[in-house]
Design a protein around this ligand. Structure first.
Ligand code: FES
Length: 170
């Protein structure tokens, strides 16, 4: 018999899983927190992949099929990142007061998209997350899964530029 508080290991030691665990813990790992948990995964990672669905299913003891059902039924969930690269900007309080809004605006202007969208060439998807759990190094961005603290507009635009250049030489 599995105890109500038992936890299974997250798919990786990526810090963002702590945010997902926080949502599940807050809800007592109850099945009814499935949608809220999937929201947290999507906000944190920008998409839902099989690994994350399996993890959520196992943690909440919900059949994987049901998790797939829910995540494909609601259009707001995307099952994989649309773009080749993913840029997540944290809009939590600590990051917000440390300059994320201006940075986000610069990124939106550079890419010509708003959060939740992907560039026409499918190169870059832009997302926001509420708090990535790294407020001590705010403002924080995540670029292809790499957490970057004390991020600046220059650094973000340089990252975007390097993705564009890499795509052009391929
Ligand atoms: S508010 Fe951005 S990491 Fe917490």
């Amino acid at each position: 018999m599995v105890s109500k508080t038992s936890q299974i290991e997250p798919p990786s030691d990526d810090k963002r899983w702590r945010i997902v665990q926080g949502t599940m813990r807050r809800n007592g790992f109850a099945r009814h927190s499935l949608i809220e948990t999937l929201h947290t995964v999507q906000e944190s990672f920008g998409f839902l992949d099989e690994e994350s669905l399996r993890y959520v299913a196992g943690s909440l003891r919900v059949p994987l099929s049901q998790v797939y059902g829910v995540s494909t039924f609601y259009h707001l969930f995307s099952l994989k990142p649309a773009g080749e690269h993913t840029c997540v900007m944290c809009t939590g309080t600590a990051c917000y007061i440390n300059g994320i809004p201006k940075m986000l605006q610069a990124v939106e202007e550079e890419l010509g998209i708003t959060p939740g969208e992907t560039t026409d060439d499918e190169l870059i998807s832009l997302m926001t997350a509420r708090c990535l759990g790294a407020c001590g190094i705010a403002p924080v961005g995540v670029f292809d899964g790499e957490v970057m603290g004390k991020v600046t507009t220059e650094k973000v635009l340089a990252q975007i530029q390097s993705w564009k250049e890499a795509a052009n030489v391929e």
